[in-house]
Design a protein around this ligand. Structure first.
Ligand code: C2E
Ligand code: MG
Ligand code: MG
Ligand code: MG
Length: 286
């Protein structure tokens, strides 16, 4: 507090802090209840072939369906869930629900119509002992092919240089599960890890896509990431594509896949299902 700001302002500041702490505690308690009562629901956002606009797969995105406050976006609770450890049981429910949906969708569409289901995994959830076994069990129960599951992890998990993390990534990969780096470019990418980490897909963070039409520098960053992906034989998805101009620019650069409001917002299960091509198989995400 600046000198001479007066006691009134300080007290107000203290009371704001107090309120913030209280709100966090209340949020934590409410989240605890949400886990007990299974208040989480998933929405599904298509990831499309930029050439054709056809969805190849979906990203499952969690929402908290609060009994009185309605749908709450993850930005409001993921951090507290992570800090409190509630992200672990929540993440387990998310995976279970996403796999059960993928299984149902695959059984009611032609072989190859739903290429993958992409699920976010927090670092804390990933590092929980038994995670790999749980995933194996859930795949088995849902009847979903391991190759259908794409796990989105963050750069920070890879940069820990943790032997157990590495062993678990290898184990998941050996099961046939694929791994994506989410929000690529926002972390402290030590690009060298791409050479030796078992990664399949880069998801270019929305912040780069946002400015790629107005900033030649941001466009150059996107171009560099796409080239990097090609060099390391990875697939690449642009996140947060909102405008036709961005789609065109991405295609010029050679980015094959995209996700964003231009194609669809995150959708309810039936609305997402309606977008799956019901007949011919499409090219796999290379
Ligand atoms: P994310 O994994 O990078 O997911 C993409 C986010 O961008 C989603 O926000 C999606 O709705 C939003 N988005 C997609 N296209 C556009 C677009 O064209 N414009 C704009 N403005 N936004 C777009 P959402 O669903 O609010 O999720 C936010 C973040 O919360 C996710 O970012 C992810 O980090 C986290 N999250 C979501 N679901 C889960 C989950 O089940 N587990 C964990 N651990 N984290 C999750
Ligand atoms: Mg994601
Ligand atoms: Mg992302
Ligand atoms: Mg993001």
């Amino acid at each position: 507090v600046a000198k001479g700001a007066g006691k009134g302002r300080w007290r107000r500041y203290q009371s704001d802090l107090h309120t913030a702490v209280l709100e966090r505690l209340e949020l934590r308690a409410a989240l605890d209840q949400a886990v007990k009562d299974h208040q989480f629901v998933l929405q599904y956002q298509p990831i499309v072939d930029l050439e054709t606009g056809v969805p190849l797969g979906f990203e499952a995105l969690v929402r908290w369906n609060h009994p009185t406050r309605g749908m709450i976006a993850p930005g409001h609770f993921i951090e507290v869930a992570e800090e409190s450890g509630l992200i672990v049981p929540m993440g387990r429910m998310v995976l279970q629900q996403a796999l059960s949906t993928a299984g149902r969708w695959q059984r009611s569409t032609a072989q190859g119509a739903l290429r993958y289901m992409s699920v976010n995994v927090s670092a804390r959830q990933f590092r929980t002992p038994g995670f790999v076994e749980e995933v194996r069990q859930m795949l088995h129960t849902s009847g979903v092919e391991p190759g259908t599951l794409l796990l989105e992890i963050t750069e920070s998990l890879l940069l820990r240089n943790d032997d157990q993390v590495r062993a678990d990534l290898d184990a998941l990969r050996a099961m046939g599960i694929r791994l994506a780096i989410d929000d690529f470019g926002t972390g402290y990418s030590s690009l060298s890890y791409l050479q030796h980490m078992p990664i399949d897909v880069l998801k270019i963070d929305k912040s780069f896509i946002d400015d790629m039409l107005s900033s030649t520098q941001q466009r150059a960053v996107v171009t560099a990431i796409v080239q990097l992906a090609q060099t390391f034989n990875l697939s690449v998805v642009a996140e947060g594509v909102e405008e036709a101009g961005q789609r065109e620019a991405l295609q010029e650069i050679g980015c094959p896949y995209g996700q964003g409001y231009l194609f669809a917002r995150p959708l309810s299960e039936p609305d997402a299902f309606a977008l799956i091509p019901k007949t011919a198989p499409f090219a796999a995400m290379a």
